[in-house]
Design a protein around this ligand. Sequence first.
Ligand SMILES: [Zn+2]
Length: 329
Amino acid sequence: MFDPGLRGHQAIRDKLLERLQAGRLPGTLLFTGPEAVGKRRVAMELAQREICFRKTACGACEACRLFKGDDLPVEWPNLLRIAPEGKAGLIKIGAVRDSDLVEGGVIRWASLAPAPGCHRWILVEDAHRLNGGAANMLLKTLEEPPPGTHFLLITHRPEAVLQTIRSRAQRLAFGPLTDAEAWAAASAAGWAESDREAWLALAEGTLRGLDEAAFTRAKAQVEAWIALGAGASFESASGPLVPDKDAAQGQSEQLRGPVDLLLRILADLGRLRAGRTPALAPWGEGLARLAATSLDLRRPMEAVSTAQQSLSRNPSPEPLLRELAMALT
Ligand SMILES: [Zn+2]
């Protein structure tokens, strides 16, 4: 039995385990799929099984407890985590070459003999953020990891992963969770039944709503777009859409949320006009009022598409949001 905290992706987890036990697991794997569906959790489970006292990733023993919580350590006896750092969020060469992450650097760590009954797992989070230098240093090791060492590269933006890396990795595509799987994780984390409908509508098969602040923000953002569409002034309604300058996450990254939500709202207006049920059902009344207006959906659709393209160039947030709000009226 796997860790009860990990839900979904059963086919992928079975396949990984089967290949591992048969000694046929590729040296480098690229886990792709939507953000916050549990890709990292599945990767960690491989390492967790090996050091679990019951060898099952039981989730309850003392060894398994190491793998829980949000402040995960960088190094376990059989696992090393490389994650982006700082606001720019790049994985820099220092993390790979120097001893600032682990004594002697990652490549040396990879070459050490694994503990008995264990492999050496190197987990690279947000692999699309490996910068050129760090990636180049890793290439040779990724191409042919030392015996018993496996690289698990995780990304929700595979197209942004350097081609030299992609070509050396075998890809495993994760899909979204089912509503039942996502809600099982949410209720285990203490979410109340009264939030269920809104939580699932915003989650779209991910676990991003487990972060209460993110859930509250997304809810406020849907309401802000609906208010703007109904003619509220930008000054009075746009508050929840504007990125927080002091947040750890860059402003453009923060803008992706509200821009994607607007796209979902527009899709729902299309659904309502076609007589179908909106996906954001808890906001159905407000959406139905917007759908009943003469708004031509093509204009805001184009504005969203332009905004999405400009996000990689770090646009200034307010003009971008104003442009979108204008296209709604
Ligand atoms: Zn255990």
